[in-house]
Design a protein around this ligand. Structure first.
Ligand code: NAP
Length: 307
């Protein structure tokens, strides 16, 4: 089968951008990759590690001649990045992204690039690392990539985007942007908010010292700290751009938390036991679907990440 695209331009060369570049080189060897990052030191590092065939000094140069552009910048920077590259875009180029919230990104790209073919995407794959050295070619293997095409998207463009992500090892699902934002609010955004909260709470405690928190972290805290180490810029933007869905899920979570608090106060062991039995079954389903590792350390010694 011929490659879905011949020249892929990657804008933003951090964890996601470098992973896309490495994965294209590894899985689509005939496809040219060009890149750009707003930060000169990142561009320099990308050149040193040979991340792409060419690292350009402007976004417009990087996209010149490309038939696919993948924006890999924080969601709050998508509009600026789109405006900067616009002068270099060829007619017929497909514009996509990897942003973690989709309705706001789709709207921002449509407004910044009128008349262009925009098919937003979100590979549900990542780690808590950032920057050009954090990426690796297998990041997307066996992970889901969600495409959120606008209603008037060309089916041929959509088919090429599906083929692109499948070539990179991902499984692809298509849904509308609002539904994506609701699903990800509960599977990704709320867990990050909870992790940021609990790690903050533990570090602000007065009656338990910080060194005790760190020393005894294997009791559960440690697993939250991995998520809470995620990039502050990225996550600030996710909460600001997926505000409504996150607030909806946060309301439900707060009610459920209050119910568990009530059960603890009332010595209601049956409620606690039933709840914990239900949640254990969900973990089993995730392992059965190949979305995590059953080993006791969650397989974190390998490159297993959550977004
Ligand atoms: P990252 O490692 O911080 O990389 C983002 C890069 O984009 C940085 O080098 C940043 O430079 C650069 N940048 C910012 N504004 C730019 C602009 N206007 N033009 C060109 N480059 C610009 O972040 P990441 O984790 O790869 O995240 C990138 C995107 O992927 C985000 O939209 C995020 O929501 C999404 N995503 C992340 C994950 C994850 O687990 N991390 C998973 C799935 C999707 P500066 O550092 O100078 O700002």
């Amino acid at each position: 089968m011929s490659a879905p695209f011949h020249h892929v331009a990657v804008i933003g060369l951090g964890l996601l951008g470098s992973s896309v570049a490495h994965a294209v080189h590894a899985s689509l060897p005939g496809t040219r990759v060009t890149g750009f990052d707003a930060e000169p030191t990142v561009r320099e590092r990308a050149r040193v590690i040979g991340m792409a065939d060419t690292i350009a000094d402007t976004a417009a140069q990087a996209v010149t001649g490309a038939d696919l552009v993948v924006l890999c910048v924080p969601v709050g920077a998508m509009a600026d990045a789109a405006h900067a590259m616009a002068p270099g875009l060829a007619p017929g180029v497909v514009i996509s992204d990897v942003g973690s919230s989709k309705a706001s990104v789709g709207a921002a790209l449509a407004a910044a690039l009128p008349g262009h073919r925009v098919i937003p995407a979100h590979p549900v794959a990542g780690t808590e690392q950032s920057g050009p050295d954090a990426g690796f070619a297998t990041l997307f293997r066996n992970r889901w990539c969600i495409l959120t095409p606008p209603a008037d998207a060309d089916p041929a463009d959509l088919a090429r985007m599906v083929a692109f992500w499948e070539a990179l090892g991902a499984r692809v699902e298509t849904m509308d942007a609002e539904h994506h934002d609701l699903v990800l609010a509960v599977t990704s955004h709320l867990p990050h908010l909870i992790a940021y909260t609990i790690v903050g709470t533990a570090s602000d405690l007065e009656r338990v010292t910080q060194s005790e928190v760190i020393k005894f972290s294997a009791g559960g805290f440690r697993d939250f700290t991995r998520i809470a180490a995620s990039d502050p810029t990225m996550w600030r933007d996710v909460f600001l751009t997926n505000r409504d869905a996150v607030l909806d899920m946060l309301g439900r979570f707060s009610r459920d938390l209050a119910e568990l608090e009530t059960a603890i106060r009332a010595d209601d062991g049956a409620t606690l036991f039933d709840h914990f039995t239900r949640t254990r079954a969900i973990r089993r389903s995730i392992i059965e679907m190949g979305q995590d590792d059953a080993r006791p350390d969650f397989g974190r010694g390998d490159h297993v990440g959550a977004e």
